[in-house]
Design a protein around this ligand. Sequence first.
Ligand code: NGF
Length: 294
Amino acid sequence: LEKFKGVIVAMYSCYDASGEVSAEAARKLARHYANIGVKGLYVGGSTGEGMLQSVDERKKTLEAVMAEVGGEMTIIVHVGAPSTRDSVELSKHAEAVGADAISAVPAIYYRLSPASVERHWQAMIDSTSLPFIIYHIPQTTGFQLSTELLAKMAKQDKVIGVKISSESTFELQQFKAAGGQDFLVLNGPDEQFLAGRSMGADGGIGGTYGVMPELFMKIDSCFKEGKLDEAREWQYKVNTIIAALLRLPSLYGGCKAIMRLRGLDIGEPRMPILPIPEDGMAAVKALNDAILGH
Ligand code: NGF
Protein backbone atom coordinates (compact mmCIF):
# COMPACT_ATOMS: atom_id res chain seq x y z
CA LEU A 1 0.00 0.00 0.00
CA GLU A 2 3.07 2.26 0.18
CA LYS A 3 2.39 3.64 -3.27
CA PHE A 4 -0.85 5.25 -2.06
CA LYS A 5 0.72 7.04 0.90
CA GLY A 6 2.05 10.60 0.89
CA VAL A 7 1.20 13.53 -1.35
CA ILE A 8 -1.19 12.79 -4.22
CA VAL A 9 -2.12 15.74 -6.42
CA ALA A 10 -5.80 16.03 -7.41
CA MET A 11 -5.20 16.88 -11.04
CA TYR A 12 -6.89 19.87 -12.69
CA SER A 13 -9.14 19.45 -15.71
CA CYS A 14 -7.34 20.04 -19.00
CA TYR A 15 -9.12 21.79 -21.87
CA ASP A 16 -8.09 23.54 -25.05
CA ALA A 17 -9.04 27.13 -25.98
CA SER A 18 -12.50 26.02 -27.09
CA GLY A 19 -13.18 24.17 -23.87
CA GLU A 20 -12.70 20.64 -25.22
CA VAL A 21 -10.72 18.06 -23.26
CA SER A 22 -7.10 18.31 -24.35
CA ALA A 23 -4.99 15.16 -24.24
CA GLU A 24 -1.91 17.24 -24.98
CA ALA A 25 -2.48 19.54 -22.00
CA ALA A 26 -3.20 16.56 -19.74
CA ARG A 27 0.07 14.91 -20.75
CA LYS A 28 2.02 18.11 -20.16
CA LEU A 29 0.45 18.63 -16.74
CA ALA A 30 1.06 15.02 -15.67
CA ARG A 31 4.67 15.26 -16.88
CA HIS A 32 5.12 18.49 -14.92
CA TYR A 33 4.19 16.71 -11.67
CA ALA A 34 6.27 13.63 -12.47
CA ASN A 35 9.31 15.86 -13.03
CA ILE A 36 8.81 17.52 -9.64
CA GLY A 37 8.79 14.10 -7.98
CA VAL A 38 5.11 14.00 -6.99
CA LYS A 39 4.16 10.44 -6.08
CA GLY A 40 0.72 10.20 -7.57
CA LEU A 41 -2.28 11.77 -9.24
CA TYR A 42 -6.00 11.63 -8.52
CA VAL A 43 -7.67 11.95 -11.91
CA GLY A 44 -11.24 13.12 -12.54
CA GLY A 45 -12.16 14.05 -8.97
CA SER A 46 -13.72 17.29 -7.76
CA THR A 47 -10.67 19.29 -8.86
CA GLY A 48 -10.54 17.37 -12.13
CA GLU A 49 -14.19 18.23 -12.86
CA GLY A 50 -15.04 14.59 -13.61
CA MET A 51 -18.68 15.29 -12.77
CA LEU A 52 -18.81 17.99 -15.45
CA GLN A 53 -17.49 15.72 -18.19
CA SER A 54 -18.92 12.97 -20.36
CA VAL A 55 -17.77 9.40 -19.92
CA ASP A 56 -15.76 9.64 -23.16
CA GLU A 57 -14.05 12.84 -22.02
CA ARG A 58 -13.09 11.24 -18.74
CA LYS A 59 -11.65 8.26 -20.59
CA LYS A 60 -9.70 10.53 -22.91
CA THR A 61 -8.12 12.40 -19.98
CA LEU A 62 -7.13 9.20 -18.23
CA GLU A 63 -5.67 7.69 -21.39
CA ALA A 64 -3.48 10.77 -21.85
CA VAL A 65 -2.29 10.63 -18.24
CA MET A 66 -1.53 6.92 -18.45
CA ALA A 67 0.34 7.34 -21.74
CA GLU A 68 2.54 9.99 -20.13
CA VAL A 69 3.16 8.80 -16.57
CA GLY A 70 1.57 5.35 -16.20
CA GLY A 71 3.96 3.08 -14.32
CA GLU A 72 5.92 6.13 -13.17
CA MET A 73 3.33 7.66 -10.83
CA THR A 74 0.52 6.16 -8.76
CA ILE A 75 -2.70 6.85 -10.66
CA ILE A 76 -5.99 6.80 -8.77
CA VAL A 77 -9.04 7.35 -10.97
CA HIS A 78 -12.24 8.88 -9.70
CA VAL A 79 -14.99 6.88 -11.43
CA GLY A 80 -17.94 8.27 -9.49
CA ALA A 81 -20.84 9.35 -11.71
CA PRO A 82 -24.55 9.97 -11.17
CA SER A 83 -25.36 6.52 -12.53
CA THR A 84 -23.96 3.15 -11.50
CA ARG A 85 -23.82 2.17 -15.16
CA ASP A 86 -21.40 4.99 -16.08
CA SER A 87 -19.33 4.38 -12.96
CA VAL A 88 -18.91 0.71 -13.86
CA GLU A 89 -17.93 1.61 -17.43
CA LEU A 90 -15.31 4.03 -16.12
CA SER A 91 -14.05 1.44 -13.64
CA LYS A 92 -13.52 -1.17 -16.36
CA HIS A 93 -11.79 1.41 -18.51
CA ALA A 94 -9.48 2.39 -15.63
CA GLU A 95 -8.41 -1.23 -15.28
CA ALA A 96 -7.98 -1.70 -19.04
CA VAL A 97 -5.57 1.25 -19.27
CA GLY A 98 -3.53 0.15 -16.25
CA ALA A 99 -4.55 2.57 -13.47
CA ASP A 100 -3.49 1.67 -9.92
CA ALA A 101 -6.84 2.13 -8.17
CA ILE A 102 -10.38 3.41 -8.58
CA SER A 103 -12.28 5.66 -6.21
CA ALA A 104 -15.81 7.08 -6.10
CA VAL A 105 -18.15 9.42 -4.29
CA PRO A 106 -21.70 8.20 -3.62
CA ALA A 107 -24.06 8.77 -6.55
CA ILE A 108 -25.13 12.41 -6.56
CA TYR A 109 -28.42 14.33 -6.92
CA TYR A 110 -30.80 11.66 -5.52
CA ARG A 111 -31.09 11.33 -1.79
CA LEU A 112 -29.91 7.75 -1.47
CA SER A 113 -30.10 5.27 1.37
CA PRO A 114 -26.91 3.69 2.73
CA ALA A 115 -28.01 0.40 1.10
CA SER A 116 -28.23 2.11 -2.27
CA VAL A 117 -24.81 3.75 -1.95
CA GLU A 118 -23.36 0.43 -0.86
CA ARG A 119 -24.78 -1.33 -3.96
CA HIS A 120 -23.52 1.51 -6.16
CA TRP A 121 -19.96 1.22 -4.82
CA GLN A 122 -20.12 -2.58 -4.82
CA ALA A 123 -20.95 -2.66 -8.53
CA MET A 124 -17.71 -0.77 -9.25
CA ILE A 125 -15.70 -2.92 -6.88
CA ASP A 126 -17.01 -6.13 -8.46
CA SER A 127 -16.39 -4.93 -12.00
CA THR A 128 -12.57 -4.88 -11.74
CA SER A 129 -9.69 -6.41 -9.82
CA LEU A 130 -8.42 -2.93 -8.87
CA PRO A 131 -8.21 -1.60 -5.31
CA PHE A 132 -11.05 0.74 -4.38
CA ILE A 133 -10.84 3.93 -2.31
CA ILE A 134 -14.08 5.33 -0.90
CA TYR A 135 -14.44 9.09 -1.46
CA HIS A 136 -16.26 10.78 1.43
CA ILE A 137 -17.20 14.39 0.72
CA PRO A 138 -20.55 14.99 2.47
CA GLN A 139 -20.53 18.76 1.93
CA THR A 140 -21.06 18.23 -1.81
CA THR A 141 -22.80 14.83 -2.00
CA GLY A 142 -25.06 15.19 1.04
CA PHE A 143 -24.30 11.60 2.00
CA GLN A 144 -23.00 11.03 5.51
CA LEU A 145 -20.99 7.81 5.52
CA SER A 146 -21.37 5.95 8.80
CA THR A 147 -18.50 4.16 10.47
CA GLU A 148 -20.68 1.04 10.29
CA LEU A 149 -20.95 1.11 6.49
CA LEU A 150 -17.27 2.01 6.19
CA ALA A 151 -16.31 -0.93 8.41
CA LYS A 152 -18.52 -3.28 6.41
CA MET A 153 -17.03 -2.18 3.08
CA ALA A 154 -13.49 -2.30 4.47
CA LYS A 155 -13.83 -6.01 5.24
CA GLN A 156 -13.19 -6.67 1.55
CA ASP A 157 -9.53 -6.87 0.53
CA LYS A 158 -10.19 -4.67 -2.49
CA VAL A 159 -11.45 -1.76 -0.37
CA ILE A 160 -8.10 -0.36 0.71
CA GLY A 161 -9.00 3.05 2.07
CA VAL A 162 -11.03 6.21 2.26
CA LYS A 163 -10.35 9.73 1.02
CA ILE A 164 -11.99 11.92 3.62
CA SER A 165 -12.80 15.46 2.54
CA SER A 166 -15.04 16.33 5.48
CA GLU A 167 -13.30 18.72 7.83
CA SER A 168 -13.38 16.69 11.01
CA THR A 169 -10.20 15.09 12.26
CA PHE A 170 -12.38 13.24 14.78
CA GLU A 171 -14.21 11.57 11.90
CA LEU A 172 -10.88 10.87 10.22
CA GLN A 173 -9.62 9.09 13.31
CA GLN A 174 -12.91 7.19 13.69
CA PHE A 175 -12.71 6.02 10.06
CA LYS A 176 -9.12 4.92 10.57
CA ALA A 177 -10.18 2.85 13.57
CA ALA A 178 -13.26 1.45 11.82
CA GLY A 179 -11.29 0.46 8.72
CA GLY A 180 -9.08 -1.91 10.67
CA GLN A 181 -5.46 -2.82 10.20
CA ASP A 182 -3.72 -1.46 7.09
CA PHE A 183 -6.80 0.54 6.05
CA LEU A 184 -5.64 3.76 4.41
CA VAL A 185 -7.04 7.15 5.32
CA LEU A 186 -6.21 9.99 2.93
CA ASN A 187 -6.74 13.56 4.06
CA GLY A 188 -9.02 15.76 1.90
CA PRO A 189 -8.98 19.31 3.33
CA ASP A 190 -5.60 20.73 2.30
CA GLU A 191 -5.83 23.36 5.08
CA GLN A 192 -5.70 20.46 7.54
CA PHE A 193 -3.05 18.31 5.90
CA LEU A 194 -0.77 18.30 8.92
CA ALA A 195 -3.70 17.93 11.33
CA GLY A 196 -4.95 14.95 9.31
CA ARG A 197 -1.49 13.38 9.22
CA SER A 198 -1.16 13.89 12.97
CA MET A 199 -4.48 12.11 13.55
CA GLY A 200 -3.51 9.08 11.49
CA ALA A 201 -3.93 9.96 7.82
CA ASP A 202 -1.44 8.09 5.63
CA GLY A 203 -1.24 10.94 3.17
CA GLY A 204 -3.46 13.38 1.37
CA ILE A 205 -5.18 14.07 -1.91
CA GLY A 206 -5.81 17.73 -2.64
CA GLY A 207 -6.67 20.29 -5.23
CA THR A 208 -4.43 23.11 -4.04
CA TYR A 209 -1.42 20.75 -4.01
CA GLY A 210 -1.30 21.25 -7.77
CA VAL A 211 -0.02 24.83 -7.52
CA MET A 212 2.40 24.10 -4.66
CA PRO A 213 3.23 20.38 -4.50
CA GLU A 214 6.71 21.07 -3.13
CA LEU A 215 5.22 22.79 -0.05
CA PHE A 216 2.95 19.84 0.76
CA MET A 217 5.85 17.43 0.21
CA LYS A 218 7.84 19.58 2.65
CA ILE A 219 5.10 19.34 5.31
CA ASP A 220 4.95 15.60 4.73
CA SER A 221 8.69 15.05 5.03
CA CYS A 222 8.94 17.24 8.15
CA PHE A 223 6.07 15.27 9.69
CA LYS A 224 7.73 11.94 8.91
CA GLU A 225 11.00 13.17 10.42
CA GLY A 226 9.21 14.30 13.57
CA LYS A 227 9.96 17.98 12.92
CA LEU A 228 6.52 19.14 13.96
CA ASP A 229 7.33 22.81 14.57
CA GLU A 230 8.77 23.10 11.10
CA ALA A 231 5.86 21.19 9.58
CA ARG A 232 3.45 23.60 11.29
CA GLU A 233 5.31 26.62 9.92
CA TRP A 234 4.96 25.24 6.38
CA GLN A 235 1.27 24.50 6.94
CA TYR A 236 0.72 28.09 8.11
CA LYS A 237 2.39 29.42 4.96
CA VAL A 238 0.31 27.09 2.82
CA ASN A 239 -2.86 28.17 4.63
CA THR A 240 -2.20 31.85 3.92
CA ILE A 241 -2.09 30.92 0.24
CA ILE A 242 -5.20 28.72 0.43
CA ALA A 243 -7.12 31.50 2.21
CA ALA A 244 -6.25 33.87 -0.65
CA LEU A 245 -7.16 31.25 -3.27
CA LEU A 246 -10.55 30.80 -1.62
CA ARG A 247 -11.20 34.55 -1.89
CA LEU A 248 -10.95 34.41 -5.70
CA PRO A 249 -14.13 34.08 -7.82
CA SER A 250 -13.34 30.37 -8.08
CA LEU A 251 -10.67 28.17 -6.56
CA TYR A 252 -10.09 26.05 -9.66
CA GLY A 253 -10.18 29.10 -11.92
CA GLY A 254 -7.46 30.60 -9.74
CA CYS A 255 -5.31 27.47 -9.70
CA LYS A 256 -5.59 27.10 -13.46
CA ALA A 257 -4.69 30.78 -13.95
CA ILE A 258 -1.59 30.23 -11.81
CA MET A 259 -0.57 27.26 -13.95
CA ARG A 260 -1.06 29.42 -17.05
CA LEU A 261 1.25 32.10 -15.61
CA ARG A 262 3.85 29.37 -15.29
CA GLY A 263 3.54 28.42 -18.95
CA LEU A 264 1.17 25.48 -18.53
CA ASP A 265 -2.05 26.36 -20.30
CA ILE A 266 -4.70 23.85 -19.26
CA GLY A 267 -7.67 26.03 -20.15
CA GLU A 268 -10.40 27.57 -18.01
CA PRO A 269 -12.67 25.62 -15.68
CA ARG A 270 -15.88 24.35 -17.23
CA MET A 271 -19.08 26.26 -16.42
CA PRO A 272 -20.73 26.60 -13.95
CA ILE A 273 -17.29 26.95 -12.37
CA LEU A 274 -16.13 30.50 -13.04
CA PRO A 275 -12.90 31.59 -14.68
CA ILE A 276 -10.89 34.46 -13.20
CA PRO A 277 -11.91 37.74 -14.87
CA GLU A 278 -9.24 40.07 -16.24
CA ASP A 279 -9.48 42.37 -13.19
CA GLY A 280 -8.81 39.42 -10.89
CA MET A 281 -5.50 38.56 -12.49
CA ALA A 282 -3.45 40.99 -10.38
CA ALA A 283 -4.43 39.03 -7.27
CA VAL A 284 -3.56 35.76 -9.02
CA LYS A 285 -0.14 37.11 -10.05
CA ALA A 286 0.56 38.22 -6.49
CA LEU A 287 -0.39 34.78 -5.24
CA ASN A 288 1.83 33.06 -7.76
CA ASP A 289 4.75 35.26 -6.68
CA ALA A 290 4.05 34.43 -3.05
CA ILE A 291 4.08 30.68 -3.77
CA LEU A 292 7.27 30.86 -5.84
CA GLY A 293 8.88 33.00 -3.13
CA HIS A 294 8.73 30.15 -0.60
O1 NGF B 1 -13.09 20.37 -3.01
C1 NGF B 1 -13.05 20.06 -1.84
C2 NGF B 1 -14.30 20.18 -1.03
N1 NGF B 1 -11.97 19.60 -1.26
C3 NGF B 1 -10.71 19.45 -1.95
C4 NGF B 1 -10.33 18.00 -2.06
O2 NGF B 1 -10.63 17.30 -0.90
C5 NGF B 1 -11.03 17.40 -3.26
C6 NGF B 1 -9.61 20.22 -1.31
O3 NGF B 1 -8.43 20.04 -2.04
C7 NGF B 1 -10.15 16.59 -4.08
O4 NGF B 1 -9.08 16.26 -3.70
C8 NGF B 1 -10.61 16.18 -5.41
O5 NGF B 1 -11.39 15.25 -5.54
O6 NGF B 1 -10.21 16.80 -6.37
C9 NGF B 1 -9.97 21.71 -1.28
O7 NGF B 1 -10.08 22.19 -2.57
C10 NGF B 1 -8.93 22.50 -0.52
O8 NGF B 1 -8.77 21.96 0.75
C11 NGF B 1 -9.29 23.97 -0.43
O9 NGF B 1 -10.37 24.18 0.43
O10 NGF B 1 -14.10 20.68 0.21
